[in-house]
Design a protein around this ligand. Structure first.
Ligand code: NAD
Length: 477
C-alpha cells in the first residue's frame, strides 16, 4: 500500500482509510493509497515547521543547493523506475513518462544552482540612511498538484520552494501519487532533513481543503482547474495567505497565410496530442487565415487520421485518459459538437490491443467551430482540436483573446513585424513565435493571465514568488 510521507517516514493515514489506485490503461485497481484528512495535514505541517526552525533555515543557500543537486542525480539514476511508476499510474506512453522523469532531473538541477543567486537590493535614500532588501522564504509552503504532469509540476514547484529556503507540504492528485512518493523517499536517501518534503495523499475536498485552511501553511502553490483554484483562493483569503494559481488554458495556434506550414504541421499536431491533450498549455484551438484554411485542414486532418491511441507500453501517439470521468467529458464535448452540426475533419483510432476497460479517446479534428461554442471556450483536457478561420491580423487577435483563458499561444508567420505585433497583442503568459512550447524549457517563466491564474512558476522568476521581500532601513546619521 502507498502511504503518506511525513518527516522522512512512510505513515498510514490517521483514519486508517485507503482509496483505490486505478490503471487508466485497463480500468483495474492495482494499488491502495492512504486516504488522508486534516489530522494528517496537521502532522505534516508540524514536521515541516520543526524542520524549518531546527535545520532548513540554518542551512546556507549553497548547502540547500548541494542537496538539490544530489537529488537531481539520484532521480536521474532512478529515471526508468520513476517513469514506469508514472506510466502505470497515469497511463503515459513510455516516451512521455521518461521525458517527465528527465524534466524532474532538470528542475532540481536548475533550482540547485539558482537558490544562492537570489539576492536583494540596496536603495539610494535620504542622507543618513542605508536601505536594503532581503528575499526571505515564506516558511512552510503548501503545494497542490494535478494528475497530468505530477513529476514536472512537483519539480518546478517544490524545487523552487526548497531552493528559496521553504519547506514543503505536498498534496498530489488522488489519481497520481506513486512517482512523487518515491521521489520524496529518494530525497530522504540523499540527506534531506526530516520534514523538508512531506506528502499527504487523498481527496482534494479532504486533504487539499485541509491544507488550504491550515494556519501553519504560509504560501500555497496550486496547479489545477479554475474551479478548484477559485475555492483555494477563497479559503486562503480568509487568513490572507498568498496563493500562486496555475490554472487551465485554451491555447490558440495561429497560422497566417505566409507561414511555413511544413514546419508548423508537427507542432500543431503535437500541441494537442501530447499527453492525450491533458495539458494546460495544449494548443486546443487552430486559427488559420482564410486563404490557406482548407489546405491546412486537409494536411492536419491527414496527420490526425494516422494517429493511434493505445496501451502505454506500446508507446504510441497517445495513451489513455486519466480516468473514466475524463473520458466521459471528452465524449460529451463530441456529442454536443455533433448536435450543433460541427463537422469532424478527421479522427485517429484506438488500436485493437487497447483493453476494453481502458480510458481511450481517439484524437479528433473539428472544423468551423463557432467562437462562442463550448468547444472553443472551455478546456476539454482531451485530444480535441477546434479549427476556425480568420480574415486578417485584427480578426486573429480578436479570436485568440476571445476566451476567459490566457496561458499559452503560438503564432506562425514569416513577417517579422507581425511577429512582434502579435506577441504584444495576444493576451497570454507565454507566446511562441514559429514554434509551440519551445521544448517546455525549465528556464522559461510560466503562468497565466485572466482565468489561467496568476503568479509564475519555472525559471528564476519562480524563486521570487517563493519569497517575500523585507525592506530594512538603517538610520546612522
Ligand atoms: P483539479 O483542480 O480537479 O485538481 C487539482 C488538485 O486539486 C488535485 O490534487 C485535487 O485533489 C485538488 N483539489 C480538488 N478539490 C480541492 C479542494 N476543494 N480543495 C483543495 N484541493 C482540491 O484539477 P485536475 O483535474 O487534477 O487537473 C487538471 C486541471 O489542471 C486542468 O484544468 C489543467 O489546465 C490544470 N493544469 C494547469 C497547469 C498550469 O500550469 N497552468 C498545469 C497542469 C494542469
Amino acid at each position: 500500500m502507498a502511504l503518506h510521507f511525513i518527516a522522512n517516514t512512510a505513515v498510514p493515514s490517521a483514519s486508517g482509510q485507503t482509496l483505490p489506485v486505478i490503471d487508466p490503461a485497463t480500468g483495474e485497481t492495482f494499488e491502495a493509497l492512504a486516504r488522508g484528512n486534516a489530522a494528517d495535514i496537521d502532522a505534516a505541517v508540524t514536521a515541516a515547521r520543526h524542520c524549518l526552525d531546527t535545520t532548513w533555515a540554518r542551512m546556507s543557500a549553497a548547502e540547500r543547493g548541494r542537496l538539490l543537486m544530489k537529488l537531481s542525480a539520484k532521480v536521474a539514476d532512478h529515471a526508468d523506475e520513476l517513469a514506469a511508476l508514472e506510466q502505470r499510474d497515469c497511463g503515459k506512453p513510455v516516451k512521455q513518462a521518461r521525458a517527465d522523469a528527465l524534466a524532474l532531473v532538470r528542475y532540481f538541477e536548475f533550482y540547485a544552482g539558482a537558490g544562492d543567486k537570489l539576492h536583494g537590493d540596496t536603495i539610494p535614500y535620504l542622507d543618513g540612511y542605508s536601505v536594503l532588501t532581503w528575499r526571505e522564504p515564506h516558511g512552510v509552503t503548501g503545494h497542490v498538484i494535478p494528475w497530468n504532469y505530477p513529476m514536472q509540476i512537483f519539480g518546478r514547484s517544490v524545487g523552487g520552494a526548497l531552493a528559496a529556503g521553504n519547506v514543503c507540504v505536498v498534496k498530489p492528485s488522488e489519481d497520481a501519487c506513486l512517482s512523487l512518493l518515491r521521489v520524496a523517499a529518494l530525497a530522504a536517501e540523499v540527506g534531506f532533513p526530516a520534514g523538508a518534503i512531506n506528502i499527504v495523499t487523498g481527496y482534494g475536498h479532504e486533504v487539499g481543503d485541509a491544507l488550504a485552511r491550515h494556519p501553519g501553511i504560509d504560501h500555497i502553490s496550486f496547479t489545477g482547474s479554475p474551479r478548484v483554484g477559485t475555492l483555494i483562493q477563497q479559503v486562503a483569503a480568509e487568513r490572507h495567505c498568498p496563493v500562486t494559481l496555475e490554472l487551465g488554458g485554451k491555447g490558440p495556434q495561429i497560422v497566417f497565410d505566409d507561414a511555413d506550414v511544413d514546419a508548423a504541421l508537427p507542432f500543431i499536431v503535437n500541441a494537442i496530442v501530447q499527453n492525450s491533450g491533458q495539458t494546460c498549455s495544449a494548443g486546443s484551438r487552430l486559427l488559420v487565415q482564410r486563404g490557406i484554411y482548407e489546405s491546412v485542414l486537409q494536411r492536419v486532418g491527414d496527420a490526425f487520421t494516422a494517429l493511434r491511441a493505445g496501451p502505454p507500453a506500446m508507446d504510441l501517439d497517445l495513451g489513455p485518459l486519466i480516468r473514466q470521468s475524463q473520458l466521459q467529458r471528452v465524449r460529451g464535448f463530441l456529442d454536443e459538437a455533433r448536435a450543433a452540426g460541427i463537422a469532424t475533419v478527421a479522427q485517429g483510432r484506438v488500436v485493437d490491443e487497447a483493453a476494453a476497460g481502458g480510458f481511450y479517446a481517439a484524437p479528433t479534428l473539428l472544423r468551423d467551430v463557432p467562437p462562442g461554442h463550448r468547444l472553443a471556450q472551455e478546456e476539454v483536457f482531451g485530444p480535441l482540436l477546434a479549427a476556425m478561420s480568420f480574415d486578417d491580423e485584427d480578426h486573429a487577435v480578436q479570436l485568440a483573446n476571445a476566451t476567459a483563458f490566457g496561458l499559452v499561444a503560438g503564432v506562425w508567420t514569416r513577417d517579422g513585424a507581425r511577429q512582434f505585433r502579435m506577441a504584444r497583442r495576444v493576451k497570454a503568459g507565454q507566446v511562441f513565435i514559429n514554434n509551440y512550447g519551445a521544448g517546455g524549457g525549465v528556464e522559461l517563466p510560466f503562468g497565466g493571465v485572466k482565468s489561467s491564474g496568476h503568479g509564475r512558476e519555472k525559471g528564476f522568476e519562480a524563486l521570487l514568488g517563493f519569497t517575500t521581500l523585507k525592506t530594512v532601513a538603517f538610520r546612522h546619521g
